[in-house]
Write a protein that binds this ligand. Structure first.
Ligand SMILES: Cc1ncc(COP(=O)(O)O)c(C=O)c1O
Length: 404
């Protein structure tokens, strides 16, 4: 069957790559596999009973509207509740500044759709969320990675890259950044850097796409301000999602930003899916209105804090010397660095044979670096699997160390 239909596929489709993570996830479906690969929330955090009750209420009280098409912008009540919720972030929004999307992944795709011409450059973290890299590359973006340190993207290096690229005649559009508990590294950008990056965007006339799925999943310390709350010119578009604070199966997310950009995204979304399911939006609006989101979030954060602590404990007890990892204050991931001579892809083959999986860090590097890094999810597995999974992983690393 291979290549039978090649002549039909568009040039744009040639740019599309299958997500390496989705491919690994297929492998990890085997029951004996302990997977630290996906960015999966724990099903223990899903409020099934409350959702059952709220769903019945929606069907009883507004079933006819819930099962009908909705507007592309999203349910007005949900948007109003989100505007209200963002007051705590210091954001003064009306519903025109908010658009509901079918997951943040759709918002990333829509950013590609409305901003990118083939060959445009997008500046992103090195490393950075693969789903973001793929969303923009699919529209022909050239991704330029800016190195991170323990405090996220390094502003000086960002500005240098912008100056050099502009000198080379490149067209730059936006900075893609995950400021809170970054995927994959888990690092958080401090306020001073957020401000610096906003100033850089102003000096060089760039948009900032702030992707913030993990912001509310904070275990320690005080929250840093949203970049959109520090921005006074409407340059920051913020992507938020219910995936990590309620249920990824809802495929429900929202974008906040300048009305003009939101309006353009709405136009782009019309041709994509007409609207995000009104049924799910109405369930979520009620769920928030009844004060349940914050209650569940508190439980979820506590669960993930315990899981992070346990994962770190297992790492400290079992990992051989020479292996380093981040200790994030929130989010879902640790990022692991092996000695430079080691290759995480080879380690993964060995690990899979031992029935433990992770994601190779290299997939998050748009410049083919990061071969000795890997991402570990700590939210999904319970203690028994974490203990055994880290034992298998440490064993695989030790074995791989002796051959590399
Ligand atoms: C940084 C980042 N952005 C976006 C997404 C996509 O989230 P959603 O489930 O809302 O599509 C993820 C998912 O893991 C993510 O890590």
């Amino acid at each position: 069957m291979a290549n039978t239909f090649d002549r039909f596929f568009s040039d744009a489709s040639q740019l599309m790559k299958k997500s390496a993570i989705r491919e690994i996830l297929k492998l990890t479906q085997r029951p004996e596999m302990i997977s630290f690969a996906g960015g999966l929330p724990s099903p223990d955090s899903f409020p099934i009973e409350d959702i059952k009750r709220v769903t019945a209420e929606v069907l009883e009280e507004e079933g006819r509207a819930a099962l009908q098409y909705g507007t592309t912008e999203g349910d007005n009540k949900l948007r109003a509740l989100l505007a209200e919720r963002h007051k705590k972030d210091g954001l003064d929004l009306t519903i025109e500044n908010i658009m509901i999307t079918t997951g943040s992944q759709q918002a990333l795709d829509l950013c590609g759709k409305i901003f990118i011409n083939r060959g445009d450059v997008v500046l992103c973290g090195l490393p950075s969320y693969l789903g973001g890299l793929n969303a923009f590359s699919n529209y022909g973006a050239v991704m330029k990675g800016i190195p991170l340190d323990d405090h996220g993207m390094i502003p000086d290096l960002l500005e240098k890259a912008i100056v050099t690229l502009r000198k080379d005649g490149k067209n730059l559009k936006f900075i893609y950044i995950i400021p809170d508990f970054q995927n994959p590294t888990g690092v958080t950008l401090p306020r001073s850097r957020r401000l610096e990056i906003i100033r850089i965007a102003e000096r060089h006339d760039l948009i900032i796409v702030e992707d913030s799925p993990y912001r509310d999943v904070r275990f320690d310390g005080t929250p840093e301000p949203l970049m959109s709350a520090l921005d006074t010119r409407g340059r920051v578009l913020t992507l938020n999602t219910f995936s990590k604070i309620l249920a990824p199966g809802f495929r429900l997310a929202w974008v906040t930003g300048h009305r003009e950009i939101i309006d353009k995204m709405v136009t782009a979304k019309q041709a994509t899916d007409l609207c995000t399911p009104p049924f799910v939006q109405k369930i979520t609006a009620r769920y928030i209105e009844q004060g349940l989101l914050d209650v569940n979030l508190k439980k979820t954060v506590e669960l993930y804090r315990q899981r992070r602590d346990y994962m770190l404990k297992c790492f400290r007890e079992q990992m051989p010397e020479g292996v380093k990892w981040t200790e994030p204050d929130g989010g879902l991931f640790l990022f692991v660095t092996l000695p430079p001579s080691m290759d995480a892809a080879r380690l993964l083959e060995r690990a899979i044979r031992k029935n433990v999986a992770f994601v190779c860090g290299a997939v998050f590097y748009c410049n083919n670096e990061g071969h000795n890094t890997l991402r570990i999810n700590f939210s999904y597995s319970g203690e028994k699997d974490t203990l055994e999974g880290v034992r298998r992983l440490a064993e695989a690393i030790r074995e791989e160390m002796t051959v590399s």
